[in-house]
Structures are given as structure tokens and as C-alpha cells.
Design a protein around this ligand. Structure first.
Ligand code: UD1
Ligand code: CA
Length: 456
């Protein structure tokens, strides 16, 4: 069965008070519209149609690579029915059309699947929820047998209808053939002078179709975002779900309300007995192996940390690859291309960029390692700098197995320090150091006879 999905995303979102179109505002680091589209893809939608209006250029640009999207432009926002009509020419002649909202981001695939399953040439389906305070929403009107007969918008409802607690979420699945018939018949003769999509319900009943309703597993799936407070509320709800999922997989999370997961793509993969302390942010694709421990206040983005490694407090790790049994931080920064081999150690106030730190090697204090390859069992003394940049080009530093670099040394690249060589503290190394040698490149210490000046 062909499934067309129409996502309404033309509204302005003026209550967000933002230069960014509303549907591009993120939940868990991912634009709301992307959540909706990914969910639609998960139920095997054949075509995705997005109706854009306000900020349409920015919205389209944000999804430039996605060639499964057909854009429909609604220049003037004349109502939800008018919005769907903008995509009508692109819809298949048969099959199902599923209607979603770009600002209702957390709809789940099992809900959409259930809606689709209810559609046939003689039946459409509608997602409803019951609300204690239904004001503002369209009410679901039913006959004495409980069959849906129409939806009446709040502003058009009479007193009896206003007391109905079951409301329209806006999400529905309709036989596409019927939609082709009904949308051209919508009128704007109502309290708001808009073409209401909700009027197709009465049309369906009139044409002898049954309108089946369904309620979502979680009411939050149907919550719309109109302002920053609602965005934050959904963010919290979604985070709680993501964190719960990690705990289900065996992760100890010391404070579930203080772990944030901002993942697109594959998300977070965890081994057994991972421990995550408070105020940690995991972003993008993150892999944490068995027994990994992440202390408080760390940010880990698109990185993999293998079994038994410990990331101590306040460390920042991005696009890095950490092997087993490594020890990082506190206050360490691993930048893109940092590779730590088994048992390596990067201590406080060290920055590593595009470099390999070999097995068992230690970079313990106040050091910058950039564009370097460091062999096994190397000790890099405190305050060492690889001088990799001459202001125009970058050069490599090569430090072979067993090297000892004394504290406060500068290694001016390109330079090679051979196996088991030693560099004396405070040296500025500009030439290669041969294996097993001691290189010292600093002013010689002298002791002079000298009298301190005294005050006259
Ligand atoms: C709509 C429903 C109402 C339902 C409520 C749920 C109609 C007539 N009413 O009301 O029954 O209870 O949603 O939140 O459908 N949009 C466009 N173009 C337009 C108008 C709207 O793209 O011309 C988009 C908006 O950007 C938004 C969505 O459609 O994402 C819903 O529009 P909104 O104005 O919020 O609908 P409501 O009047 O609240
Ligand atoms: Ca609304």
C-alpha cells in the first residue's frame, strides 16, 4: 500500500520569538521537523511531503541532502485544510495519506503504524486524546452509538460541544482517493474564516466512511510546541525516555535528570556496567564499552571509549577514539582525531588533537599534543608543547617508543625523537634526536658572584 505523508510546517511560530523557523528548533539536538520525518520514514512512507511557508528557504536548506522530501509551498496560511491542499497534486491516487505536524515532534512509530492499519477504502483513522482542559482544541463529536460524526473547532462550538473532553490531535490517516475528493470541497465559512482540515471528518461520515479513533501510548506524543517553555517540557520528557533506555541496557546513571543525550543517527551504544555521573552530555554517536566510567561534568561527542576506560570530571571529548583501560582527565580535552591506544593516560589541562598516544604512554599535565604520533610507553613531562604550526602550515612530530620528554619542552615540528631517547627539561628541540641519546637544548646554568642592590 502506498503511504504518502504530509507534514504541515508553514506556520510562523511567532511565540517562539526567534529568527529560526519553529520546526527547526531542536529536541535532543535534532530539529523538530527531522524527528517527524524520521518517524514517518520508520513506517515505510513512500513519499514525504512537507508544506512550508514562513521561513521556507531556511527550512528547505536545513534538509538539503534529503531527496525523499517533496516541498509544497503555502504562501498564505489559510488553515490546515488549505495547507494539505498545497500538497494534493503530488499525492498518489490511491493508498493512505498520513497527516502530521512539524511542531508536534515526538509522535512515535507504533502510533503511526496503528493509524495506518485502521485505514481502508471505507475507513479513516484519527488520533485523539482526552484533556481535563480541552480549551482551544477541536472537539470530537460522537453520535448516540459513540460513532464519530464531526470535529468542531473550539471557536465554532456550542456550550454542549465545549464540554467534550476528547480532542483532535490533528494527526490522521485518510484514504488518499477520498482526500482528492474532499479537499476541493472545503469552505472557509466558519468562525476563523479558515479552510479547516477537520471538516473532512463530517465529509467522511457523509460519504459512508467510518471514522475510527485511536489514542497514543503517551499524551506527550501529541503535544505541540508553540513557545520555548513547551519546547523545554518536551525536551525533558524525551530525555527521560532516552536515559531510561540506557538504564534498561544496564547503565548506572547517578542522576537521570542530569544526563542529556543529543543523538542523531546511531546514537549511544553501551556495554555492560557503564557508570555515568551527574551533568554529562553525550552527543551524536557515542560508544561506551564495558565498565567505562564517566565522571561528572563531561561532554562526549561522536567518540568511542573502550572497555575499562575512565573519563574523569570536566573533560571534553570530540571525534576521538579511546582504547581500553585509558585514563583521561580531570579537565582533559581530546579534540578531533585524538587516538588513545590501550592504557594511555591524558591528565589534567592537556589538549590532544589529531594525534596517536601509544599503548601505556602518559601525557599527564598541562600539555599540548597536536599532529603527533607517540609510540608505546612514552612519558611526556608537564608543560610540553608540540609546536606544530608555523603560522601557515602544520607539521608532524614523531616520538618513538620508550621516549622520555622532560618537563616544559618545546618540540618544533617537523621533528623525530628516536626510540628510548631522552629530552632534558626545558629544551627547545628543533632537530631530530637519535635513538637512545639525551638531547638538552637550553641555556647552561651559571653561578656568578653578585651583590643585590640595596636601598639608598
Ligand atoms: C488544529 C485543529 C484542531 C486541533 C489542533 C491540535 C484544525 C482546523 N484544527 O487547530 O482541531 O485540536 O490543531 O493542535 O485543523 N498550519 C499550516 N498552514 C496553515 C495553518 C496551519 O501549515 O494554514 C500548520 C501550523 O504551522 C501548525 C499546524 O498546522 O503546525 C496546526 O495549526 P494550528 O494553527 O496550530 O491549528 P489549530 O488552530 O490550533
Ligand atoms: Ca495549535
Amino acid at each position: 500500500m502506498n503511504i504518502d505523508v504530509v507534514v504541515l510546517a508553514a506556520g510562523q511560530g511567532s511565540r517562539m520569538k526567534s529568527d529560526l523557523p519553529k520546526v527547526l528548533h531542536p529536541i535532543a539536538g535534532k530539529p523538530m521537523l527531522a524527528h517527524v520525518l524520521d518517524c514517518a520514514r520508520s513506517v515505510d512512507a513512500n513519499d514525504l511531503h512537507v508544506v512550508v511557508g514562513h521561513g521556507s528557504d531556511k527550512v528547505k536548506a536545513a534538509f538539503e541532502g534529503a531527496n525523499d522530501i517533496q516541498w509544497a509551498l503555502q504562501i498564505e496560511q489559510k488553515g490546515t485544510g488549505h495547507a494539505v491542499k498545497m500538497a494534493l497534486d503530488n499525492l498518489a491516487k490511491s493508498g493512505i495519506t498520513l497527516i502530521l505536524y512539524g511542531d508536534v515532534p515526538l509522535i512515535q512509530s507504533n502510533t503511526l503504524q496503528a493509524l495506518n492499519n485502521l485505514v481502508s477504502p471505507t475507513q479513516m483513522s484519527l488520533l485523539t486524546v482526552n484533556m481535563d482542559d480541552p480549551s482551544g482544541y477541536g472537539r470530537i463529536v460522537r453520535d448516540e452509538n459513540g460513532k464519530v460524526t464531526s470535529i468542531v473547532e473550539h471557536k465554532d462550538a456550542n456550550a454542549a460541544q465545549l464540554s467534550i473532553k476528547e480532542v483532535n490531535t490533528g494527526i490522521m490517516a485518510v484514504p488518499t482517493e477520498s482526500l482528492h475528493k474532499w479537499l476541493p470541497q472545503l469552505s472557509s465559512d466558519n468562525a476563523q474564516g479558515e479552510y479547516y482540515l477537520t471538516d473532512v471528518i463530517a465529509m467522511a461520515v457523509e460519504s459512508g466512511l467510518n471514522v475510527e479513533t485511536l489514542q497514543p501510548e503517551f499524551a506527550e506524543e501529541t503535544y505541540g510546541v508553540n513557545n520555548r517553555a513547551q519546547q523545554a517540557e518536551l525536551e525533558r520528557w524525551y530525555q527521560a525516555r532516552l536515559v531510561n533506555e540506557l538504564m534498561t541496557q544496564g547503565v548506572t546513571v547517578l542522576d537521570p535528570s542530569r544526563l542529556d543525550i543529543r543523538a542523531s543517527g546511531a546514537g549511544v551504544n553501551v556495554g555492560r556496567d557503564v557508570v555515568i555521573d551527574a551533568n554529562v552530555i553525550l552527543e551524536g554517536e557515542v560508544m561506551l564499552g564495558d565498565g567505562v566510567k564517566i565522571e561528572a561534568n563531561c561532554i562526549i561527542k561522536n567518540s568511542s571509549i573502550a572497555a575499562g576506560s575512565v573519563v574523569k570530571a570536566f573533560s571534553h571529548i570530540e571525534d576521538a577514539n579511546v582504547a581500553q583501560g585509558c585514563d583521561i582527565g580531570p579537565y582533559a580535552r581530546l579534540r578531533p582525531g585524538a587516538i588513545l591506544e590501550n592504557g594511555a593516560k591524558v591528565g589534567n589541562f592537556c589538549e590532544v588533537k589529531k594525534s596517536v598516544i601509544g599503548e601505556g604512554s602518559k601525557v599527564n599535565h598541562l600539555t599540548y599534543i597536536g599532529d603527533a604520533s607517540i609510540g608505546k610507553n612514552v612519558n611526556i613531562g608537564a608543560g610540553t608543547i608540540t609546536c606544530n604550526y608555523d603560522g601557515v602550515n602544520k607539521f608532524k612530530t614523531q616520538i618513538e617508543d620508550g621516549v622520555f620528554i622532560g618537563s616544559n619542552s618545546s618540540l618544533v615540528a617537523p621533528v623525530v625523537v628516536g626510540e628510548n631517547a631522552t629530552v632534558g627539561a626545558g629544551s627547545t628541540i628543533t632537530k631530530d634526536v637519535a635513538a637512545n641519546k639525551l638531547a638538552v637544548a637550553r641555556g647552561k646554568q651559571v653561578s656568578l658572584n653578585w651583590q643585590r642592590p640595596s636601598k639608598k
